[in-house]
Design a protein around this ligand. Sequence first.
Ligand SMILES: CC(C)(COP(=O)(O)OP(=O)(O)OC[C@H]1O[C@@H](n2cnc3c(N)ncnc32)[C@H](O)[C@@H]1OP(=O)(O)O)[C@@H](O)C(=O)NCCC(=O)NCCS
Length: 209
Amino acid sequence: MNVTIHVADSSHLQHAQEICDLVFVSAQARGTGIAKRSIEYIEEKMRTSKSVIALDGDKLVGFSYIETWQHKKFVANSGLIVHPDYRGMGFAKKIKNRIFELSKTLYPNSKIFSITTGLAVMKMNTELGFKPVTFSELTDDKEFWKGCQGCRNFDILQRNDYKMCLCTGLLYDPKDKNSSQPVAKPFANKIVKPIVKGKRSRKSFRKKK
Ligand SMILES: CC(C)(COP(=O)(O)OP(=O)(O)OC[C@H]1O[C@@H](n2cnc3c(N)ncnc32)[C@H](O)[C@@H]1OP(=O)(O)O)[C@@H](O)C(=O)NCCC(=O)NCCS
């Protein structure tokens, strides 16, 4: 196995059909949707360098793409998919890291977001510095939310006036200093006290007595 991660381009167009098929099959298996996209849409993402592809030689391993909303105020990292034969080996994480870096390079001032019901994506995004938010903090572009039409929970989203659903919104705000500090994995669930310069700890006071 020799898996490599690339920013996709025209040389990868041959994989667009398989990507669409994979998304369709895995959405059926999960019972929730990843936004359904046409082959032409995926091809366009490849041609314009707005997607990341993982390949094992000629075999498709995984894919994800970038979308912009509200005049580039928001960037969505979407459609993350890994071929079932390659799951559980860390490839989603590699694709996610690469699409995140690509998003920050192309759109340094944009807020980056994902919506998901999946624990894997929640974990990966949290490590990258994303914060959970309500949908009110995400784009209000109707076109983005139309992408949820393929999800079997779409009626819940509609019933709630596009303000809440079963997905969690995850947001990376480049202006939020806390967001731009990725959570170091071993400390992800621990509270780390900040070290304040010049401030002595209780212990050191006690020692001085
Ligand atoms: C979700 C998906 C992309 C994960 O791909 P993967 O290559 O198996 O993921 P990785 O091996 O890189 O794992 C990344 C992290 O997610 C965790 N993870 C992976 N699959 C998981 C699952 N099914 N449930 C819970 N956690 C999971 C891993 O443990 C790892 O976390 P860690 O670093 O803390 O150990 C893949 O299962 C898939 O394509 N599913 C169908 C499409 C989908 O659900 N896409 C997401 C749409 S929002």
